[in-house]
Design a protein around this ligand. Structure first.
Ligand code: PEP
Ligand code: MG
Length: 887
């Protein structure tokens, strides 16, 4: 449940913070208490910028509000009233005064900017009497009544929950009736009529009269801000951005300044640099004679900020000085809101501006050159995950789209193609020059060829570390996994979603970065890596301690990873090499074999192929370490399944189909993930690992004789006991030594193990005696520690995250307390037994920035991740190291 709904809170000593020129009670460092907006408003007033006076009610009160059962505690009110009266004194106007009334805006403001929260309420404090006072004091009745009708529109929508489009329609009808286009062309009388009509409509629709008491309006708005913290859209936004429910929001109450006082008034928003390219150029827009919401609402087209210098040169000059000051002060690109009231500039907000990854890199490099920030500060500020945006083609944000469903964003990129339901069709259609999306309930190693052929993969089941997700990420291929809203019907080759029934050949588009699936083709844009990218990557390399390797099983992946800066291979899953059309039959013969000699005959066919696989990988890696993992999955994953496939296979290899079938049935397991897989295969069939070890050694020998210096690392998976490793290591060493004798070569090599079972982690000191290195297989370690199937839990893990049981999907970001403790234990015990034991991680977590920070802190030597995550990991490792040094 939302953790804000707790009964336990302590009454804070101070919770209302006043701000006015030179009198700020808060500062920019108080975001946790004041929210981002409140903290920066305080800071701006402190550094002498023109900010309308006001006060911030702290986030603690949001906690108290929920603890009291969605109600403001009584002790809040006196403090709010005190702050309000300070604002009144400062401005020389009184709230609710009928001659010269103070009006305020009420805004939400959480620690992190949250677009899902409550919309701003402006002009609060107006009623039938104060509006007359405002008309007189401003000498502008039209402005006063325009402000009043805006207030009713906003308040009835945001606080009273009325559908505001009804009032908007009434306004539009009136404009049509009068033959005018702009709100600004409405006369005072028109506005008066509208106000009356609006109030009547509010009464009719909500059954409540519009509150005329300004104090009642204020409490209504403050309550509404706190309430908006738990609306469905705010909760969704928090989930998407990992914002804890416990943070709560603050409320900012600020005296109004008016951009709608005439042609010498305006309102606008701006970025101190271009948020999409990062170019050093003041970027923004404004509207003359308007209030804030007009700029965002798109009713009138705002003008580019450059024009402001012509229309209002004086306030523009001030704005220029201020934005430069703000950037230098906050040392970051700012997103600002301002209002010009009768040629005087007022600042309403400043915050670090959101930007694309491309802009983030450009701005970081420029600010280093401008000596505004250091290289370390630049690295600390970048979000490694956002680099993903740069590495894959993405959907054109401007393109029109019809959403079909949403699954897990398993592997980024934007792709479109015709849907097919079998890997065979994927391969065949690709050969015909078509672009396809492979749609499966879930994938298995058998589908690899189809996955390679497809532009992208969509599965209706499986989580972020399901086969489809892991393999697609490894290939840098777009994948949406576990999309339960899509019903896949293999029999009729159809998929259903949102009432659409799509057949084989229909076109869909996948967004692997958001998990969204769209109907038809959506335009994409190609990635471009520029100088800033390279420059920051090099800076990160100069800082980080952790090495970054890649998980790669093909020369293409290995090359991609090298190009992205990988320093070796941390995991080559050799099973992925078994599915090639030239060898799958030999693999199956090996599995079906009844006798050792039959098995050896099949393995002999595989040996030269594997030798060549390894030779190529070693060569691409140019002497960087390469870890080859010996066969891991249960054997039944490789055998044919349907009667037809069995018949064909039996014919090709001249075997009795019944014998093949019986053997396949015998391989069936109820829990294959906990069954006959990993090193357990080699305990019963040593020949498989022996063949692979020989292929590795022969490839290394060949390269050694060609003059390359390399140290192959042979890795044994799924070790639970030291005895298993002791035995299998001895076998491996014997094979490698034999090859060296046979080939008269000498090279160094290592034999190590994966730590992916809890027992291995807690007995790591025993296991380390037989290992030259450890690599944590955190996919299986998470699966076995939590007892959660990595292939099935995607269906319900979402609920675990939304209900706060897990902060994040533990297959995506390591469960630091549980699985992480096992990792730490494994590292410490392993190194107790062997001081300099090399330790890395090759589970999916090796590419997740938060997990990388954890791995840095438990002293791993390297992380290994999919090729397209290598740049992310390089930056995350640098950031983690800097953070650690700071501590
Ligand atoms: C792991 O379990 O973390 C791992 C890397 O191995 P696989 O994903 O191949 O099981
Ligand atoms: Mg594993």
């Amino acid at each position: 449940m939302e953790t804000t709904n707790t009964k336990t809170y302590t009454k804070p000593e101070k919770f209302v913070y006043y701000f006015a020129a030179g009198e700020a009670e808060g500062n920019a460092g108080m975001k946790n208490t004041l929210g981002g907006k409140g903290a920066n408003l305080a800071e701006m007033t402190a550094i002498g910028l023109p900010v309308p006076p006001g006060f911030t009610i702290s986030t603690d009160i949001c906690t108290a509000y929920y603890a009291e059962g969605s109600k403001l505690p009584d002790w809040v009110k006196p403090e709010v009233l005190k702050a309000l009266s300070r604002v009144e004194t400062k401005i020389g106007k009184k709230f609710g005064d009928t001659t010269n009334p103070l009006l305020v805006s009420v805004r939400s403001g959480a620690r992190a900017s949250m677009p899902g929260m409550m919309d701003t309420i402006l002009n609060l404090g107006l009623n039938d009497q104060t509006v007359e006072g405002l008309a007189k004091s401003s000498n502008n009745p039209r402005f006063a009544w325009d402000s009043y009708r805006r207030f009713i529109q906003m308040y009835s929508d945001v606080v009273m929950g009325m559908n505001s489009s009804l009032l908007e329609v009434t306004l539009e009808d009136l404009k049509a009736e009068k033959g005018i286009h702009l709100d600004t062309d409405l006369s005072t009388d028109d506005l008066k009529k509208l106000v009356k009509k609006f109030k009547d409509m509010v009464q009719q629709m909500t059954g409540q009269s519009f509150p005329s008491d300004p104090m009642e309006q204020l409490w209504g708005a403050i309550n509404a801000v706190f309430k908006s913290w738990n609306t469905a859209r705010a909760i969704t936004y928090r989930e998407l951005h990992d914002i804890p429910a416990a943070w709560g929001t603050a409320v900012n109450v600020q005296s109004m300044v008016f951009g709608n006082l005439g042609d010498d008034s305006a309102t606008g928003v701006a970025f101190t640099r271009d948020p999409s390219t990062g170019a050093k150029k003041f970027y923004g827009e404004f509207l003359v004679n308007a209030q804030g919401e007009d700029v965002v609402a798109g009713i009138r087209t705002p003008q580019p900020i450059s024009l402001l210098s012509e229309i209002m040169p004086e306030p523009y000059k001030d704005l220029e000085t201020i934005y430069k000051k703000l950037e230098t002060y906050f040392k970051d690109m700012q997103d600002i809101e301002f209002t010009i009231e009768k040629n005087k500039l007022w600042m309403l907000q400043t915050r670090n501006g959101k930007r694309t990854a491309k802009a983030a890199l450009q701005i970081a490099c420029d600010m280093i050159d401008e000596k505004l920030i250091t290289e370390e500060e630049a690295i600390l500020r970048l979000d490694p995950s956002s680099l993903d945006q740069l590495l894959h083609p993405t959907l054109d944000p401007k393109a029109a789209k019809t959403i079909l469903a949403k699954g897990l964003p398993a592997s980024p990129g934007g792709v479109c193609g015709q849907i097919v339901f079998t890997p065979e069709d994927a391969v065949e259609w690709k050969e015909q020059g078509k672009k396809v999306i492979l749609v499966r309930i879930e994938t298995s190693p058998e589908d690899i060829a189809g996955m390679v052929a497809a532009q992208g993969i969509l599965t209706s089941r499986g989580g972020m570390t399901s086969h489809a997700a892991v393999v697609a990420r490894g290939m840098g291929k777009c994948c949406v996994a576990g999309c339960s809203e899509v019903e896949v019907d293999y029999t009729n080759e159809q998929m259903r979603a949102k009432g659409y029934n799509l057949k084989k050949g229909d076109v869909i588009t996948l967004d692997g970065s958001t998990g969204e699936i769209y109907l038809g083709e959506v335009k994409t844009i190609e990635p471009k890596l520029d100088g800033a990218f390279d420059r920051l990557m090099k800076m990160a390399d100069g800082v980080r301690r952790l090495k970054v390797r890649t998980n790669a099983d093909t020369p293409k992946d290995a090359q991609t990873a090298r190009n992205f800066g990988a320093e070796g291979i941390g995991l080559c899953r050799t099973e992925h090499m078994f599915f090639g059309a030239d060898r799958i039959d030999a693999v199956r013969e090996m599995i079906i074999a009844e006798t050792k000699s039959e098995r050896e005959r099949a393995l002999e066919k595989l040996l030269p192929m594997q030798r060549d696989d390894f030779y190529q990988l070693f060569k691409i890696m140019e002497g960087f370490p390469v870890t080859i993992r010996l066969l891991d999955p249960p054997l039944h994953e490789f055998v044919p399944h349907t009667d037809e496939e069995i018949q064909h296979f039996a014919q090709r290899v001249k075997m009795d189909a019944n014998r093949v079938k019986a053997k396949i049935q015998a391989l069936h397991e109820f829990n294959p993930m906990l069954g006959h897989r990993g090193c357990r295969l080699a305990v019963t069939f040593p020949e498989i690992y022996q063949m692979q070890s020989r292929a590795i050694a022969e490839a290394a020998a060949k390269l050694t004789s060609e003059g390359m210096k390399l140290v192959p690392e042979i890795m044994i998976p799924l070790i639970a006991t030291a005895k298993e490793l002791e035995m299998l290591r001895a076998q491996t060493v014997a094979v490698v030594e034999t090859v060296m004798k046979e080939t008269k070569t000498k090279f160094d090599y290592q034999v190590g193990t994966m730590i992916e079972l809890p027992r291995a982690a807690v007995t790591a000191h025993e296991i380390a005696k037989h290992a030259d290195f450890f690599s944590f297989g955190t996919n299986d370690l998470t699966q076995t520690t939590l007892g959660l199937s990595r292939d099935d839990s995607g269906r319900f893990l979402g609920s675990y995250v939304s209900q706060g049981i897990f902060a994040k999907d533990p297959f995506v970001s390591i469960d630091q307390v549980g699985v992480g403790t096992l990792v730490k234990t494994g590292v410490d015990l392993g190194r107790q037994a062997k001081g300099q034991l090399k330790v890395g991680v090759c589970g999916e977590h090796g590419g997740d920035p938060d997990s990388i920070e954890f791995f840095e802190n438990v002293n791993l030597d390297y992380v290994s991740c999919s090729p397209f995550r290598v740049p992310i990991a390089r930056l995350a490792a640098a950031k983690a190291h800097l953070k650690r040094k700071k501590k």
